[in-house]
Ligand binder design. Structure first.
Ligand SMILES: *Cc1c(COP(=O)(O)O)cnc(C)c1O
Length: 357
């Protein structure tokens, strides 16, 4: 098989030699007792970046999201989110399974707007279950890392600020799933704390574009994070001494891997440009680091294309059944992207009928 390029996700990055050295050199203590210095300083650092009182290091973004659900929502209540939200489609229905909470989707893959939220909230007075949390995601993963804008000049009610104002005006807290908020920050130049100020709790990932082996941080008020710390134990997330080394990687990532996300964004645009004219698909111009290509008739499924690409050395998966996703990350340089484009062009060729099965 040709040299393997892994574009399945921006989580596939390996720690760089310098990141590994930072992990090796760090002191190690017990995170379950709250003793570890590197974890504590990372939690305070990310909280400060997001403009929140406190942070909590967690092994995964999924756990951060599930703690947010559990923090805000009693059993039998609901959360408003967009249909493509990670918490709705990629967390194995765990809001229902772990916390007894139902997710109500509004809007589309580009998010929802304040008027759609209002309409849903109006139904509460007609006996619908109580809505306890409004869920934002930025960037929008299922929409190929599209940025949910703070202010939307074309549709004012769709801006995050308008939604946050409306939700708070109606007494509803918000959670911002910011697994890829770093990408939105770098692409827009808007500071992290401006996004952070929108929501009552915010989670960010250190293991996607930033390239740490694992780790997310959930931020919020001192009270909420104290409760979340107990829930972390309850959900089995207190990993003793391992978080120390992962927090050292997180510190390294914050020092060295934020500004470089603009390289990923530039390479994603270059990759999209290089494959946009193939007859099999419609390529969405990427706003950040994820390239989506939606198959066109007679093709109806992305998986046969992905299977051929994997065989040829470009690992990728469908985003949704009709869409190929190519994730650009710090493990791919300009030469790699050029070679990926060459492999894709050679593999898919100009006869789409081979992929109709
Ligand atoms: C990846 C992702 C998560 C979950 O992160 P894991 O660390 O893989 O559990 C949550 N939300 C969004 C938007 C993501 O992209």
């Amino acid at each position: 098989m040709a040299r393997r390029f892994d574009l399945r996700s921006d989580t596939v990055t390996r720690p760089t030699a310098a990141m590994r050295e930072a992990m090796r050199a760090t002191e190690v203590d017990d995170d379950a007792y709250g003793d570890d210095a590197a974890v504590g300083s990372l939690e305070r650092r990310v909280a400060a970046l997001l403009g929140h009182d406190a942070g909590l290091w967690l092994p995964t973004g999924t756990m951060a999201n599930q703690l947010a659900v559990a923090l805000h929502c009693p059993r039998g209540s609901t959360v408003a989110c967009s249909p493509g939200a990670h918490v709705r489609i990629h967390e194995d229905a765990s809001a229902a399974a772990l916390s007894g909470v139902q997710l109500m989707s509004i809007g589309d893959r580009t998010g929802f707007d304040a008027d759609e939220l209002d309409a849903l909230l109006d139904e509460e007075s007609c006996g619908w279950p109580p809505l306890r949390l409004v869920w934002l995601e930025n960037t929008l993963g299922e929409a190929g890392g599209a940025i949910w804008p703070l202010h939307d000049p074309r549709r004012a009610a769709h801006g995050l600020q308008a939604i946050a104002d409306r939700a708070h005006g109606r007494g509803k807290p918000l959670h911002l799933d910011g697994a890829r908020l770093w990408n939105a920050h770098v692409a827009t130049g808007i500071e992290m704390h401006v996004f952070g100020a929108l929501a009552d709790t915010v989670s960010v990932s250190l293991s996607k574009g930033l390239g740490a082996p694992a780790g997310s941080v959930l931020c919020g008020s001192d009270d909420r994070i104290a409760t979340a710390r107990r829930l972390k134990h309850a959900f089995g997330g207190a990993m003793r001494q391992a978080p120390a080394m992962l927090a050292a990687a997180g510190h390294y990532a914050l020092d060295h891997h934020i500004a470089r996300l603009r390289d990923d964004h530039r390479r994603a645009r270059a990759l999209a440009d290089a494959i946009a004219d193939l007859p099999h698909w419609q390529v969405t111009p990427p706003q950040t680091n994820l390239v989506l290509a939606r198959v066109q008739p007679p093709l109806t499924r992305a998986e046969p294309l992905c299977a051929a690409l994997r065989e040829a050395g470009v690992a990728c998966y469908p985003n949704i059944a009709r869409e190929v996703r190519l994730a650009v990350h710090l493990g791919l340089d300009d030469a790699d992207i050029a070679e990926v484009a060459t492999i894709i062009r050679a593999t898919l060729g100009d006869d789409p009928t081979r992929f109709t099965s």
